[in-house]
Design a binder for this molecule. Structure first.
Ligand code: GUN
Ligand code: ZN
Length: 425
C-alpha cells in the first residue's frame, strides 16, 4: 500500500560542491510504495494522483534520505568514547581486546543488534562496517541488517601481523574466509560484502596480495581500508614497506587501489597519492569526530573536493566519538573551518546522504529522494530542543533553519525513520 509523506522534502539535483546550494530542492511530499519512492512533488498533486495512499503529515519537519555512514566499526560499539590514547595505543588498549570478545558469536549478535538500534535512532539507514577477523561477526551484522531490511556493507577484517594472538588470520585463511563470506552474502537482499584488509601495518605483503587477487576476481565488490590517518602510523608503514613509494603504494602494488576502493581518513596525503586516487576515482571517507578525538589531524575537504575526489562522510565508530551523522556533520564543519573553508549546510547534508552513497557506488539506490530510489527516509524536527528551536526560529531560509540542528542536534531531532518504506521509528 502506498504512503504519502508530507513535510519539507529535501532532495538534490546535483552535488552542491559543484552546483552550489541551489543543487538542493524542497518539495511538499513524497509517495512511497513497495519499498521504493514513487513520486515527489506538490501536496495537492500527489493527493490527486495517489488517492488511495495513506497520508502521514510530518508538518514542518524536514523529510530527507536517511543518513549513510560510509566507515564504521560496529564491533567497537561498546568502547566508544574511551579516554586518552592516540591511534596505535588506542588500538592495542581498547580496540583489540574488545574485538577479541566477538569471537563469541552470541556476543557478536548482541553488539550487532545494539549497533543497529543505536544508529537507527540517529537516522542512519545504511552503513559500511568493518567486522572483526571472525567470520561469525560478519554473519551477525548481515543477519541483523537483513531482518530489518537495511542496505549495508560489511566484511571480515583481515590481519595476519602486528595484532595479538587470537586476532590474527593468515594470508590463505583471510582469502578463503573472505571468499566464502562473499559467496554467502554478496547481493543477498540489500546486503553487500566488502573486502576488508584493516590497514597495511596489520597485513603481510602476502595477505595484501591474496586480497588483491580476491578483489580482481570480484571487481563488483567494494574494498575498504585505512590510509594516512596519523603521522606515527605513516612512519610505521614506511618502516614495514621500505620499497613502497608512499602509504597508498602499499595497497597499489598489491592490487588494492581501484575504483570501488574506500580509503578511510586520508588526512596526510602526498601529491602522488591524491593524483592516483583521483585517476582511479577511488573514494575517500572523511571521519571528522574520529580525527579530532584520536588526534589524527585535519582532513582537507575543500582542497580534495576541488581536486575532484569522490568523498563520503562517516562516524568511524568507535574511534569516532558519536553514532550521530548530525554530530559528524558538525565536526566536518569545524574541521573545515580550521582549514579555512566554511562548508555550506547543503554541502554537509549532501555528504551525509548522497556523498556517502556515491562513495559506496550506490548513489542510484540510496542517499536521495527521487522516483525509483529505495525508500530509506527520515523526518527531522528542526526545533527538537529549546536551544535549537530558539536559534532556528530566527531563520529566513531553510538552510538557516537547518544549521542549528546540524550543529546541536542529536537523536531527538530524528522524529521518524523509514527503511525500505517501512516505518521503524
Ligand atoms: N586504523 C586501523 N584500524 C583502525 C580502527 O579500528 N580505527 C581507526 N580509527 N583507525 C584504524
Ligand atoms: Zn576505521
Amino acid at each position: 500500500m502506498a504512503e504519502l509523506i508530507l513535510g519539507r522534502v529535501l532532495h538534490f539535483k546535483a552535488d552542491p560542491f559543484e552546483a552550489g546550494p541551489d543543487a538542493a530542492r524542497v518539495d511538499e511530499g513524497v509517495v512511497v510504495a513497495d519499498g521504493h519512492i514513487r513520486a515527489v512533488g506538490a501536496a495537492d498533486a500527489l493527493r490527486r494522483d495517489w488517492p488511495q495512499a495513506k497520508v502521514t503529515d510530518m508538518g514542518g519537519h524536514l523529510i530527507s534520505a536517511g543518513f549513510v555512514d560510509a566507515h564504521v566499526h560496529y564491533p567497537q560499539t561498546a568502547i566508544i568514547a574511551s579516554w586518552g590514547k592516540r591511534l596505535i595505543d588506542w588500538l592495542n588498549t581498547y580496540t583489540f581486546p574488545e574485538e577479541m570478545r566477538l569471537a563469541d558469536p552470541a556476543y557478536a549478535q548482541t553488539i550487532a543488534t545494539r549497533y543497529l538500534d543505536l544508529t537507527l535512532a540517529e537516522g542512519t539507514t545504511s552503513v559500511c562496517s568493518y567486522a572483526t577477523i571472525h567470520p561469525a561477526s560478519v554473519d551477525a551484522l548481515m543477519q541483523a541488517a537483513q531482518a530489518r531490511g537495511q542496505r549495508i556493507w560489511t566484511g571480515k577484517t583481515c590481519m595476519d601481523r602486528n595484532a595479538p594472538e587470537g586476532l590474527r588470520d593468515t594470508a590463505q585463511s583471510a582469502h578463503d574466509d573472505s571468499a566464502a563470506l562473499l559467496a554467502k552474502w554478496h547481493g543477498v537482499d540489500r546486503l553487500s560484502y566488502v573486502i576488508t584488509p584493516r590497514f597495511s601495518p596489520t597485513s603481510s605483503p602476502e595477505q595484501l596480495e591474496a586480497l588483491g587477487a580476491l578483489w580482481a576476481a570480484h571487481p563488483d565488490c567494494l574494498m575498504q581500508t585505512h590510509l594516512s590517518e596519523q603521522i606515527d602510523e605513516i612512519a610505521w608503514v614506511r618502516g614495514l614497506f621500505p620499497e613502497a613509494r608512499d602509504y597508498l603504494d602499499t595497497y597499489e602494488r598489491f592490487g588494492l587501489l581501484g575504483t570501488g576502493g574506500l580509503y578511510g581518513h586520508a588526512i596526510h596525503l602526498e601529491p602522488r597519492e591524491i593524483c592516483r586516487l583521483r585517476e582511479v576515482d577511488a573514494s575517500l571517507i572523511h571521519c571528522p569526530t574520529s580525527n579530532t578525538f584520536i588526534g589524527s589531524g585535519l582532513f582537507d575537504m575543500g582542497g580534495l573536493k576541488t581536486a575532484g575526489l569522490r568523498i563520503g562522510l562517516a562516524t568511524d565508530t568507535g574511534g569516532g566519538s558519536s553514532f550521530s551523522m548530525l554530530r559528524t556533520m558538525a565536526a566536518a564543519y569545524e574541521v573545515a573551518q580550521l582549514k579555512g573553508r566554511a562548508l555550506h549546510p547543503a554541502e554537509l547534508w549532501w555528504l551525509a546522504t548522497m556523498g556517502s552513497a556515491q562513495a559506496l557506488r550506490a548513489g542510484h539506490q540510496i542517499g536521495n529522494i527521487a522516483p525509483g530510489m529505495e525508500a530509506d527516509l527520515i523526518a527531522v524536527d528542526l526545533g527538537s530542543t529549546p536551544a535549537i528551536a530558539q536559534a532556528s526560529a530566527r531563520a529566513n531560509t531553510l538552510w538557516q533553519a537547518l544549521f542549528p540542528t546540524i550543529m546541536m542536534g542529536d537523536d531527538r531531532a530524528i522524529s521518524a525513520v523509514w527503511i525500505a518504506g517501512a516505518r521503524r521509528k
